[in-house]
Design a protein around this ligand. Structure first.
Ligand SMILES: *[C@@H]1O[C@H](CO)[C@@H](O)[C@H](O)[C@H]1NC(C)=O
Ligand SMILES: *[C@@H]1O[C@H](CO)[C@@H](O)[C@H](O)[C@H]1NC(C)=O
Length: 227
């Protein structure tokens, strides 16, 4: 029983679809509703909980809220993986609140690795400050896109995909990262699975990695759980 829809109904439907389209493509932090909303960290001690931080009173905002020297110095890479991430996100730079961007620097000891991890809320773009790095990300189809980068080159890690970087040489290396989120979030694959508190059950990890429970325990010992 085929019958035609009235033309006005079809037109109205088309308009609705057109209006809904921009909502579908939003893929970063929410848009801001005012010029600035500098994070008021003090309010965290109060009862208010919300998505992001409340705004400081206008009279309390200064230029310092929009500035930071955090990324001026290399991080300490004397650790098991040989890399250090120094973040300049909304938790450190109050003026970033509601602006949808942040940065980090990553320093690498010789052959140091920034282990496979994801940023659930942001795409990342890196710029190589010094050294040479092998970097890559893996799609949900398990395809690795990897390249060797030199000083001055960039690479993009699409939002949410597992990625890594490794220093290719005997000299220290460093990159600057930019994110389209004020707080990209980081889940390092190994630390997330083996350092969770309370722990992920042994049998889940044993099955997932096709290893025995003894090996699960041995790996877990290297990833101290958070306090
Ligand atoms: C904001 O400034 C007022 C004075 O103008 C001061 O009393 C208050 O403690 C400040 N609040 C914060 C969170 O700095
Ligand atoms: C770097 O970290 C190592 C290990 O925690 C520590 O022994 C060393 O003193 C640190 N170096 C600096 C310059 O802070």
């Amino acid at each position: 029983m085929a019958h035609k829809l009235p033309a006005t109904l079809v037109a109205a439907f088309a308009v609705l679809l057109a209006l809904a389209a921009p909502l579908v493509v939003i893929a970063g932090d929410p848009d801001m509703l005012q010029d600035i909303c500098v994070a008021d960290y003090h309010s965290l001690k109060g009862p208010l909980r919300l998505n992001g931080f409340p705004c400081k009173r206008a009279e309390n905002v200064t230029a310092h809220d929009f500035s930071s020297g955090l990324l001026a110095k290399p991080g300490n890479t004397s650790n098991a993986v040989g890399s250090a991430v120094t973040a300049a996100n909304v938790e450190m730079v109050a003026g970033l609140n509601t602006l949808g961007v942040s940065m980090a620097r990553i320093d690498f000891a010789p052959w140091g690795v920034n282990p496979p991890h994801t940023h659930p809320r942001a795409t990342e773009i890196i710029f190589v400050l010094k050294g040479s790095l092998h970097v890559g990300f893996i799609t949900t189809a398990n395809v690795l896109f990897a390249r060797t980068l030199r000083r001055g080159e960039i690479f993009v890690f699409p939002r949410g995909l597992v990625h890594f970087q490794r220093n290719n040489g005997r000299a220290p290396a460093a990159v600057v990262s930019a994110f389209n989120s004020q707080l990209p979030g980081t889940q390092a694959v190994a630390a997330t699975l083996f350092g969770a508190s309370p722990p992920v059950p042994d049998d889940v990890l044993a099955r997932a990695f096709q290893i025995d429970a003894g090996l699960v325990e041995a790996i877990r010992a290297k990833f101290p759980a958070p306090m």
